[in-house]
Design a protein around this ligand. Structure first.
Ligand code: CA
Length: 161
């Protein structure tokens, strides 16, 4: 998973700016994002235990007062409402509305269609949607297969030596 890569720490530990996906929060000082439902769930999901603590009990009444339509998030910095995946909190701060994933740059590599509670990616003529359901690659002519040729050459040079 998201481990302690030496490349990551080189950027500057404790000062990593990473945007988490919807309904996720960043563990302080790391690149790890955890889902809101992992906050105060009784299991430590951030390495430093940022997601658990006494605030989980102390903020319960504050959460009740918010009257969230879907769910309430308890962090060390306070409480706020959140919605089911694919939905976002409306201006009133409690109710939920569809989240337009297509408004976020990079949701799809080509065409993005926002649907209620979800979205779909598609590709333009001559491209095929990949297994990640977001990127497109050009349709390839089944006639050319450069990898086989490359292997053939490598084998030739190997036998010469
Ligand atoms: Ca947790």
């Amino acid at each position: 998973m998201l481990g302690r890569d030496s490349k990551d720490t080189a950027i500057g530990a404790g000062d990593v700016v990473e945007r988490c996906p919807l309904n996720h929060i960043q563990c302080i000082g790391t690149r790890k994002c955890i889902h809101f439902n992992k906050l105060c769930n009784g299991a430590i999901d951030c390495e430093d235990g940022f997601d658990e603590g006494v605030h989980c009990r102390e903020l319960l009444s504050a959460c009740h007062e918010l009257h969230c339509r879907y769910g309430c998030v308890m962090t060390r910095n306070g409480t706020f409402c959140f919605c089911a995946d694919g939905f976002e909190v409306s201006e009133d701060g409690t109710s939920c509305r569809d989240h337009d994933e297509c408004a976020v740059y990079g949701a799809c590599s080509q065409t993005c269609l926002n649907t209620y509670g979800s979205y779909r990616c598609s590709c333009t003529e001559g491209y095929i949607l990949q297994n990640d359901r977001m990127s497109c690659t050009a349709k390839q002519d089944p006639g050319d297969s450069p990898p086989a040729l490359l292997i053939g050459r490598l084998l030739q040079t190997a036998t010469l030596c």
